[in-house]
Design a binder for this molecule. Structure first.
Ligand code: ADP
Length: 347
């Protein structure tokens, strides 16, 4: 039943009034004149209907007056101005009730999202300062030592300056990655989607990473049977970044002092092309797999730092692939290597 309270109140008030009219009729009959049969029925019924409508009208008007201001406020602050009643006249109480419920839910959601944003911000600022602190300390140490002890030995001086610059580069990389992450998270990146030959792009990336691969004794190659054109619809610059991050990780996390092989393969999956980067490196234990795309997540912080990592590479990969509306996945066995794969729409 819609708005039971005002209706019940009006109903019972009207009943009481009808009963009262019967009492009045009875008094008239006893004290004055005889009241005819039909009047006993007609008067209470007419009085009941009339009283019910009048009571209902005044009760509703009273309630409307009381909640009008707060309702107006709720209506103005409700989820967008598009939802709910937009009538200028005060709507029925059931609509008010629905609107207030919606508003309360919306307020709750907003509170939750504000709490999450605040938590995210706290964590983010904490992580960023933590990440930047190490290279800043290092740089400070090298430069202060040079200042304190003077530039006596040219070789040591050059070595310290080189190390200071390496730390500066690390800071630069962190800032660059942070910028990329925040742009991707804001959704402010407009994809420039074109037909791209992902095999050619992978070969370009292999060329870009030839030096670090050589330093780590890792051979980069395209998987047998995959060395042909695979056309996808993608933002070339962003997917280049994805491949750089994945191949660079495959090199960085190769087994130390061992020759390694990193292969890039492509698989035709009807509507999509699956690109996979596999290595024979240190692998990732199952318990870490659900977390590796989180910002700043690193399994072995020492190793990651040593190789210039900041724990942002895979997070950027995930954001870029998400922005393409595609998926990224990983298979890995601790100690036996990893395979990272992502899909792209076929061109
Ligand atoms: P980082 O800058 O530390 O490499 P990433 O976001 O790229 O950050 O990777 C997150 C973590 O996932 C790394 O610190 C590393 O522990 C792990 N990881 C990523 N790629 C590989 C891989 N190919 N083999 C083993 N571990 C990996």
């Amino acid at each position: 039943m819609k708005n039971p309270v005002p209706r019940f109140v009006a109903f019972f008030s009207a009943i009481i009034l009808s009963l009262f009219s019967l009492l009045v009729l009875l008094t008239i009959q006893i004290k004055f004149v005889r009241v005819s049969g039909s009047i006993w029925i007609v008067v209470p019924i007419i009085l009941f209907v009339f009283a019910y409508l009048v009571f209902l009208f005044f009760i509703k008007r009273y309630i409307h007056r009381k909640i009008k201001l707060i309702y107006k406020y709720i209506l103005n602050t409700k989820l967008g101005s598009g939802s709910g009643s937009k009538k200028h006249t005060f709507p029925d109480l059931s609509i008010v009730e629905k609107d207030v419920e919606q508003w309360a839910h919306h307020q709750q959601d907003q509170m939750k999202s504000l709490e999450q944003t605040a938590k995210y911000r706290r964590e983010f600022v904490g992580n960023v300062s933590h990440e930047l602190r190490t290279p800043i300390f290092n740089m400070q140490g090298y430069l202060e030592t040079l200042l304190d002890h003077g530039v006596r030995d040219e070789k040591v001086t050059l070595d310290y300056l080189k190390k200071a610059i390496e730390n500066l580069e690390r800071m630069n990389r962190i800032v660059h990655n942070l910028e990329a992450i925040s742009r991707l998270e804001e959704g402010g990146v407009e994809l420039n989607v074109n037909r791209v030959n992902i095999n050619a792009l992978a070969k370009e990336v292999m060329g870009l990473l030839a030096v670090p691969a050589k330093e780590e004794q890792v051979a980069l190659s395209i998987k047998a049977g995959c060395d042909k054109s695979f056309w996808v619809m993608a933002d070339e610059d962003l997917i280049r970044q994805v491949l750089i991050n994945l191949v660079f990780n495959a090199i960085k996390y190769s087994k130390p002092n061992q020759e390694g092989i990193v292969k890039i393969g492509f698989y035709d999956m009807v509507d999509h092309i699956l690109t996979e980067v596999s290595d024979q490196g240190i692998g990732i234990a199952a318990k870490h797999l659900p977390h590796i795309y989180e910002r700043f997540y690193r399994i072995d912080k020492g190793r990651s730092r040593k190789t210039g990592g900041s724990g942002l590479g895979l997070s950027i990969v995930k954001h870029i692939i998400d922005a393409h509306g595609q998926t990224v996945n990983v298979r890995s066995r601790d100690g036996f290597g990893s395979t990272f794969g992502f899909t792209l729409k076929k061109a």
